[in-house]
Structure formats: C-alpha cells, structure tokens
Design a protein around this ligand. Structure first.
Ligand SMILES: NC(=O)c1ccc[n+]([C@@H]2O[C@H](COP(=O)([O-])OP(=O)(O)OC[C@H]3O[C@@H](n4cnc5c(N)ncnc54)[C@H](OP(=O)(O)O)[C@@H]3O)[C@@H](O)[C@H]2O)c1
Length: 304
C-alpha cells in the first residue's frame, strides 16, 4: 500500500475481478488531477467519496451492488479516497463487504474516524473499524468533530508507530468550530485537516486554509454541496455560459471551485447514485477556474 497510483492496467484487472467495465473515457487517456500530501509527497487524486448516510444500507446483494458500483466508478476514474466513520452506522461494514467481494483494497485510500470518549474506547473503536473494513492498515484515522482530540491523537500516533495507521487527522463540519479546530491543529499537528468548504460556506478561506498551507497540513473538504443545499439554490437555473470552459454541470461547477483552492488536497462528495458519481468524477479532469473566475463564481452564487 505504499504506492496508491492506479494504472490503466490495474483498473482493467480490478474491474475484471469485480465483473464490470472501467468508466469509459475517464481513466482511458486522461489522468485525474492529484495533489501531494504535504507530510509525505504521496499524491491523492482530487475527487474522493463521502459515505455519510449514502452507504448506511442493508448488506443485501442489491444494496451492496449499488455501493460497489459507486466505488468501482471511483477507482476506474483514478480516484481512491473513501471517507467514512463509525458514526455512519453500517457504512464501514459496507466498505468491508465491497473489499471482501474483490474490490482492490490497495487501490483505495481509506479514511475513517474515531468518535468516542476515552483511550480504551478509542483504541477498541479503531480496531473494530479495521475489522469491519477487512483491512489491516487504515490509511487515515481522523478524530471526528474534535471529540476527545488529545487522547485520541496520542493513540493514533502509537498506532502509526505500529504500522496500523498511515496518517492522522482532525475533522469538523461547522464554521462555528473553526477556532477550536485551528487551535487543535496547532496543538496536535495532524497530517490532515477535514473541514467544510464550499461556494456557500467559505469561512475556511479566512484562516484555516492559509494555516494548512503554512503548516504543511493536507486538507480534505467535506460538505462540498452543503449536503445538497447548493443544488437547491440553483434549481431551475442554467450554468452561466462562462462556466462552460471548465464545468459541464452544477456539480462540477461546485467541486471545481473547491479543488482550485491551492490548499485543498481532496474533496469527498457523498452520493448514493452511480450517475452522480460519474458527474462528480468528471470534476477531477480538465481546466480549473483561475483566481478571477473563482471570484466570479462567488459573486454568481451570492446574487442568487
Ligand atoms: N464531521 C465530519 O467529519 C464530517 C461532517 C460532514 C461530512 N463529512 C464527510 O463529508 C462527506 C460529504 O458531505 P455530506 O455527505 O454532508 O454532503 P455533500 O457531499 O455536500 O452532499 C451530498 C448530497 O449531494 C447529492 N449529490 C451528490 N453528487 C451529486 C450530483 N453530482 N448531482 C446532484 N446531487 C448530488 C447527494 O444526493 P444523491 O445521493 O442523490 O447523489 C447528497 O444528497 C460525508 O459523506 C462524510 O464522508 C464529514
């Protein structure tokens, strides 16, 4: 699992194992935009997958098939980041079932979280997550919503030394927690920060994103669509003509705003639908808006 780059041959082999076709036209000739993880220079593809609520499904063949198709699309397009949490009920188990059914674990970058109080409960929860996901090593372990951060960051470091976790992180999803998150990043120096940032929630522009750049902390962006609220804001509207140079859908417009920020390593939109996964993945290719266009995007959304 040291090299997570995913070649065209790997995609074809994995899809053959999983009994499906790679995403035509995505991984074929183009390579998804990727960013180095500041702590290691390993590269992460910019479009990942969130699993909150959307992977909390029954472990029936039909339900798993749809979740598996979404993961196949991600891997087939050259993406690899899958974000989950023990807080997301059955999601970790669903990821484990997908791996057990033949999805290539080594092609994934699995990020989960610890969400409990106390050292023993935290260590027990982290090891349960690894068991549920059928993996010996978790790529990224994040303290969920800063819950008992000091205690869990110490345990995560110990598990990193034992080779059971590769990277550490802290998460939150509300701007009201950004001050506390900033302090925790300075105190505990995680390798990743996971925060809310989107065209409708831009508070991270002020301090968190510049701080992450200064300190060399990777940034994973959650709630890129404000949990779907951004789509409601543009319902019935056409994409502006000037956006056609870099986006073919509202989803791509929203995601490209995020990944064009230089501090952002990866974004993790959640979806329960393969066609939305395809749409999201397409944002990992082609032109990105420049600084002036980003301002135009902000003004456009503000005026809605
Ligand atoms: N504290 C934390 O650590 C924290 C907090 C919040 C979120 N997160 C992480 O961040 C991930 C993303 O955040 P989120 O789940 O809150 O919300 P989100 O990704 O901002 O939005 C998800 C919503 O967007 C819809 N959607 C996705 N792609 C679409 C497309 N191309 N076109 C139209 N609709 C689309 C989905 O519906 P469909 O299912 O119909 O596609 C879903 O309703 C989470 O799943 C989780 O992994 C972490």
């Amino acid at each position: 699992m040291t090299d997570t780059r995913w070649t065209r041959r790997d995609v074809v082999l994995a899809c053959a194992v999983m009994g499906s076709m790679p995403v035509a036209g995505l991984a074929d000739e183009r390579r998804m935009i990727s960013r180095p993880i500041p702590a290691s220079d390993e590269r992460l593809p910019v479009i990942g997958l969130g699993t909150y609520s959307v992977f909390d499904v029954e472990s029936t063949p039909g339900q798993i098939a749809t979740s598996r198709e979404i993961v196949e699309l991600l891997l087939g397009a050259g993406g690899n980041v899958i974000d989950t949490s023990p807080m997301y009920n059955r999601s970790e188990k669903v990821i484990g079932d997908i791996i057990a059914s033949g999805a290539p674990r080594d092609a994934m970058f699995i990020a989960t979280k610890v969400w409990t109080d106390g050292r023993n409960a935290g260590i027990e929860q982290m090891s349960r997550s690894a068991r549920l996901m059928n993996t010996d090593v978790i790529d990224l372990m994040q303290v969920h919503n800063l819950r008992d951060s000091g205690v869990h960051m110490r345990s995560i470091r110990e598990l990193q030394e034992q080779g059971k976790i590769r990277y550490s992180g802290l998460t939150h999803y509300r701007a009201g927690a950004h001050d506390a998150l900033e302090k925790a990043v300075r105190d505990y120096r995680p390798q990743f920060l996971q925060i809310n940032y989107s065209l409708s929630e831009r508070e991270a522009d002020q301090r968190l994103l510049p701080m992450a750049q200064d300190l060399g902390v990777g940034v994973i962006v959650n709630r890129p669509y404000q949990a779907g609220g951004l789509f409601s804001a543009v319902r019935g509207r056409k994409l502006p003509e000037w956006a056609g140079e870099f986006a073919a859908s509202w989803g791509q417009f929203f995601l490209k705003f995020i990944i064009s920020h230089p501090a952002v390593t990866c974004v993790i939109p959640a979806t329960s639908k393969p066609q939305h996964m395809r749409d999201n993945l397409e944002a990992g290719f082609g032109e990105l808006p420049d600084a002036a266009t980003r301002e135009r995007m902000v003004a456009f959304i503000r005026e809605l």
